[in-house]
Design a protein around this ligand. Structure first.
Ligand code: PRP
Length: 217
């Protein structure tokens, strides 16, 4: 007798990444009509036929759900993966949500990046900033954690520079700041729970292969 298939759970990052992910999934034949209602406050959605569940979470929580196995698969930015340092497999670059993690500030702050100065660095990404300054540049800095509008920090004198994501560069331009150094490229990634990868290998591999086909098109 065939045992009933369990639900595979997919955690999506709320917002733009979720809608882009759903449109790529749709091209692989995975749909979720319930999720398309913009007025809905529902957090979890099911595709009964394919035995799939989807839920929306804040970016930094997606790796947490995946590490603990509350989600088998997650879609999240590489910035969040690097910052959260969770135990999971990063298996696929979806190629959208492209941007760069950078050190930014006013042009006049470039002189502080020579490795000698104890400067203040404001960021939403303290781990990434610390790793970059301490391990790659060998520069001791004070990291100040903020939760958004990071570009404000050097303007109002909270820090000399910031470590933040640059996509189009317009936030920097409109605030008189520039990219001083590039840290690493970023984009949306698929992550998988380590146990699920073994236990549900066939189903997960099929989803990943189908996604890969769509991306390569
Ligand atoms: C992100 C990032 C920058 C901006 C970069 O902020 O922190 O501020 O986008 O994009 P751009 O180069 O295209 O201008 P987000 O909009 O996520 O809001 P936040 O300030 O609340 O983090």
């Amino acid at each position: 007798m065939e045992t009933e298939q369990r639900y595979l759970t997919i955690a999506l990052t709320k917002g733009r990444l979720a809608s882009k992910t759903m449109s790529i999934l749709e091209q692989t034949g995975i749909t979720c009509e319930e999720m398309k209602n913009p007025d809905s406050r529902k957090l979890i959605f099911t595709n009964e036929e394919l035995k799939l569940r989807f839920f929306l979470a804040k970016g930094p929580d997606v790796p947490t759900y995946v590490e603990y196995g509350a989600a088998d698969i997650g879609v999240v930015g590489r910035d969040t993966i690097l910052e959260e340092q969770r135990k999971l497999y990063e298996v696929l670059d979806l190629g959208f949500g492209k941007c760069t993690m950078c050190v930014c500030g006013p042009e006049s702050a470039r002189k502080y990046l020579n490795g000698q100065q104890l400067i203040r660095v404001a960021t939403k990404y303290p781990r990434i900033a610390k790793d970059y300054f301490y391990n790659q540049k060998n520069q001791t800095v004070e990291i100040i954690k903020l939760n958004g509008s990071i570009e404000l920090a050097p303007i109002v004198g909270l820090s000399e520079v910031i470590v933040d994501i640059v996509e189009t560069g317009s936030t920097l331009r409109e605030n008189g700041l520039v990219v001083l150094e590039e840290i690493c490229p970023l984009s949306a990634r698929v992550v998988v729970n380590q146990v699920s990868m073994r236990m549900e290998n066939e189903r997960i591999t099929k989803i990943l292969n189908d996604l890969n086909q769509v991306i390569l098109k």
